[in-house]
Write a protein that binds this ligand. Structure first.
Ligand code: GDP
Ligand code: GDP
Length: 439
């Protein structure tokens, strides 16, 4: 599971600036897409090969008892409870405040590993102002400048101490297809995650089995279906009841993000009666960022009429355009409809994400594509493609070699992507095309 770092502090100390700093270095699998709405509160970061999740809790006032502020405090508590490390951000220029003391008192009760980031410390890291913050009694102080990028490395070194980087090559081998398919059902509250999971786990053809020595702290339910092994990662709040599992409703964005990161295939569950909401689009954005294989399942299909179905198609087309590669399956978890096609799509998406593509075949396809349509000349430059090879799996990466390739247009890249997708029948997985120019 990816470690989670929560940023806590009163308003204006620089939390969102720090959030941007921690999340921007990450190399996104897919660049900016139209319609991709980003959630400014949850992001992915990477430091020394360790991937982590950052949560910006917004302005935090621990004692608020009313309205929106109370709701923010509740969300902050949840984020702190789920975090592995809390970075408590304070402002060296404003000094210690009553609010800082309140937050410190709260964090002590939360019994979390807390680091204090003393922000806006550019040119002031030796300042006596720093010592004031020792009063908080929360250990070592880390002077940083979120705006200027100072002190960030050592802050992250401390935050991620003892966390080992995940070995990435483990997916890039013959055995990826032999291991159980790790499956996560992601969706906002009430779309029907628990119902779907319970329906699955209640299916006769699906045999839950015990896996000895599971070291992960998240609940995963291993099961077999038609001779294929799966592991379901908890996103709906699974609870073991004797020999069976039961899903209980307890939505958490952090658990969803971790489950997505940990999965091979993500089922994005939507509610047909509600259309595509902002929260759905956010979750879809996390999935795109993760590079995971994905299938979109529209649940409660039994409860909508022809007109609503039409509207739904349109809202998926416009709001989830960036997941165009994902198959869309209509289901009813309640009435057990569409579940066969859903399984098939899950298996296809997994196979697509792990497809092996040989250099000769990729190169032949590349040459055929170029013959069909040349990349456009850009002023003095005429891009020339020479050969292609597979640079990775899960998601698949195709590396195209040639000269002047930085002059290839995005439209041409999409054209190539389409040709490769068609040939290898890639569905439900992102496909990354990398262009590399030699001399
Ligand atoms: P938040 O409310 O805690 O999320 O704070 P913001 O990230 O919005 O920052 C509040 C203000 O502090 C903005 O005007 C930032 O430009 C400024 N700020 C953030 N980090 C630094 C820093 O490292 N140095 C200085 N001098 N200003 C900063
Ligand atoms: P979760 O919060 O995503 O786990 O959603 P639940 O599984 O608790 O479902 C929320 C509500 O939607 C419940 O009242 C379910 O009975 C209902 N529901 C779930 N699946 C379906 C379906 O396929 N059709 C209809 N009509 N209702 C459903």
């Amino acid at each position: 599971m990816k470690p989670v770092i929560a940023l806590v502090g009163r308003p204006n100390v620089g939390k969102s600036t720090l959030f941007n700093r921690l999340t921007k270095t990450r190399d996104a699998i897919v660049a900016d897409f139209a319609g991709l709405t980003r959630d400014r509160h949850y992001g992915d970061g990477r430091h020394n090969g360790v991937e982590f999740i950052v949560v910006d809790t917004g302005g935090f006032e621990p004692d608020s008892t009313t309205g929106i502020v109370k709701e923010m405090a509740r969300q902050t508590r949840q984020a702190v409870a789920e975090a592995d490390v809390v970075i408590f951000v304070v402002d060296i220029r404003l000094g210690l405040s009553v609010q800082d003391h309140d937050i410190a008192r709260y964090l002590r009760t939360a019994q979390k590993n807390v680091l204090i980031a003393v922000n806006k410390a550019e040119g002031m890291s030796e300042s006596p102002m720093l010592n004031e913050f020792h009063e908080l009694g929360m250990g070592e102080l880390h002077p940083i400048s979120a705006a200027h990028g100072q002190g960030i490395r050592s802050l992250l070194d401390a935050a991620l101490e003892g966390v080992e980087p995940e070995s990435e090559d483990d997916e890039f081998g013959a055995s990826a297809m032999d291991r159980p398919i790790r499956l996560a059902v992601a969706g906002r509250p009430n779309v029907g995650k628990s119902t779907l999971i319970n329906t699955w786990l209640g299916e006769e053809r699906l045999v839950a089995f015990d896996m000895p020595g599971t070291t992960r702290d998240a609940i995963t339910v291993p099961f077999e279906r038609d001779g294929k092994k799966f592991e379901l990662i908890d996103t709906a709040g699974l609870r073991r009841k004797g020999q069976v599992f039961e899903a209980i409703e307890k939505f958490s964005v952090i658990k969803t993000l971790q489950a997505i990161a940990d999965a091979n295939v993500v089922v994005l569950l939507l509610d047909a009666t509600q259309g595509v909401t902002d929260q759905d689009a956010h979750i879809a954005g996390y999935i795109l960022d993760s590079g995971r294989a994905v299938v979109i399942a529209i649940n409660k299909w039994d409860a909508v009429d022809a007109y609503q179905r039409q509207m739904l198609d349109r809202s998926i087309e416009s709001r989830l355009a960036f997941l165009k590669f994902a198959p869309v399956i209509n289901i009813s978890a309640l009435k057990r409809q569409g579940l066969g096609p859903l399984w098939k799509s899950i298996e296809d998406a997994h196979a697509s994400a792990n497809r092996k593509m040989s250099t000769p075949v990729l190169t032949r396809l590349l040459m055929e594509a170029v013959e069909h349509q040349q990349p456009r000349r850009d002023g003095m430059y005429r891009p020339k493609m020479r050969y292609a090879h597979q640079g990775g799996m899960n998601p698949p990466i195709i590396v195209v070699h040639g000269t002047s390739l930085d002059h290839v247009t995005d439209a041409y890249k999409r054209f190539l992507e389409g040709r490769f997708r068609d040939h290898f029948k890639l569905v439900g997985t992102p496909l990354k095309i990398e262009l590399r120019s030699g001399r």
